[in-house]
Unconditional design. Structure first.
Length: 78
């Protein structure tokens, strides 16, 4: 499929497709959702809370770093 064909399918400008393909730009959230529907794919999402919990579990027996204390302080403020 050419960039022109893909742009027509997505109802986007061909220049946008070119920028995505070259990595100089990324589609916005609505366009990404449209891509998922049209291409029948699912993009991976990251739940930051899950990632943080995995880090904590991994480091249970390790020493805390300065970064860990900063993250803890930030989380306690909210």
């Amino acid at each position: 499929m050419t960039q022109k064909d893909f742009a027509l399918l997505l109802q986007e400008k061909e220049s946008f497709i070119s920028k995505w393909e070259s990595g100089s730009s990324k589609p916005d959230l609505e366009t990404a959702k449209k891509l998922q529907r049209l291409l029948k794919i699912t993009f991976v999402t990251i739940d930051e809370d899950v990632v943080e919990a995995e880090k904590v579990e991994k480091n249970k027996n390790s020493e805390f770093t300065l970064g860990d204390f900063i993250k803890k302080a930030r989380n306690n403020r909210t």
